[in-house]
Design a protein around this ligand. Structure first.
Ligand code: AMP
Length: 298
């Protein structure tokens, strides 16, 4: 596994090109099994290149940029245990010449949910992802469904700015009680950890109501919020249409149930994407599946 710390060393990735797809997995490190499931998926698709970079521009003042867990040695050990081809772990000064330089303006999908509550967040995410796409020139990039709106906002950027990369959204890995794995779960004490499971319980319970035939968005959102009573503060509990995140009065077709809540000092998010079209209510991906030809490793 090749460890790359600077832009100039990125030319070493050229040795991987032409040997099947180069598959990027961007992360902020503090890797857990959720991240590693993305890396395994990337390894199945081609040469996996993982980036580890806590991106300052996606944190607002007062958010947890300084406190965000960082443990490069442990992350490298976890990645070396998989078939990872290379890791790009740049220092902030290597990534940004100026943090207030040119940036990507997010599209309409960033105007709701987390985008409405974390001003500048998706501008920071899209800017760093665009830079990683340009620096590493991947054929495929894998993102977690856990950050559902992020997948959709990046998909919108790739479409509108014509990035030559195919996107894959990988399923959310969960703890035994359903809590989505997250680097921020380490902020939770025992009581908070127990209460944090209410995010998944809310999503799963409301899935049950939808399966039983309820289609009124407002009634279902009210139930989502009720199930989140164990959190310290509700940020949002919404159901939106896929992929453009509109807000229909009644559920039809593909939708995403999305929740965000504060538990202790952790702001936690989770979501569940469902196809409620004709027939049974089934879990769905956020993005279109890769064309079959892209799945082959040469
Ligand atoms: P982060 O380091 O939090 O920026 O996450 C890096 C990537 O891992 C993103 O694409 C996340 O959506 C994804 N990810 C985070 N948590 C999970 C999880 N529990 N299951 C699957 N993917 C995840």
């Amino acid at each position: 596994m090749d460890l790359i710390r600077t832009r100039s060393e990125l030319s070493r990735l050229d040795g991987l090109r032409g040997r099947g797809p180069l598959v990027l997995v961007p992360t902020m490190g503090a890797l857990h099994d959720g991240h590693l499931s993305l890396v395994r998926r990337a390894c199945d698709l081609g040469s996996a290149v993982v980036t580890i970079f806590v991106n300052p521009t996606q944190f607002a003042p007062g958010e947890d940029f300084a406190a965000y867990p960082r443990d490069l040695a442990r992350d490298l050990e976890a990645l070396a245990g998989l078939d990872t081809a290379a890791v790009f772990a740049p220092l902030p000064e290597e990534m940004y010449r100026a943090t207030d330089g040119v940036a990507v303006v997010p599209g309409p999908r960033a105007g709701v949910l987390c985008g409405a509550r974390r001003p500048g967040h998706f501008r920071g995410v899209l800017t760093v992802v665009a830079k990683l796409f340009n620096l590493l020139r991947p054929d495929i990039a894998v993102f977690g469904r856990k950050d559902g709106q992020q997948c959709l906002v990046i998909d919108e950027m790739v479409r509108d700015l014509d990035f030559p990369v195919a996107l894959v959204d990988a399923p959310t890995r969960r703890e035994a009680d359903g809590l989505a794995m997250s680097s921020r779960n380490r902020y939770l004490d025992d009581d908070e950890r127990r209460r944090a499971a209410c995010l998944w319980r809310a999503l799963d319970s409301v899935r049950g109501l939808i399966a039983d035939g309820e289609r009124e968005t407002a009634a279902l959102e009210e139930q989502l919020a009720l199930f989140l009573a164990d959190a310290d503060a509700l940020d949002y509990a919404e159901i939106r249409a896929l992929p453009d995140l509109g807000h229909p009065e009644r559920l039809d077709g593909r939708v995403i149930l999305a929740v965000a809540a504060q538990v202790g000092r952790a702001r936690l998010i989770d979501n569940l994407a469902l196809d409620v079209g004709a027939g049974a209510v089934v879990e769905t991906s956020l993005l279109r599946p890769l064309p079959a030809a892209r799945k082959e490793r040469n």
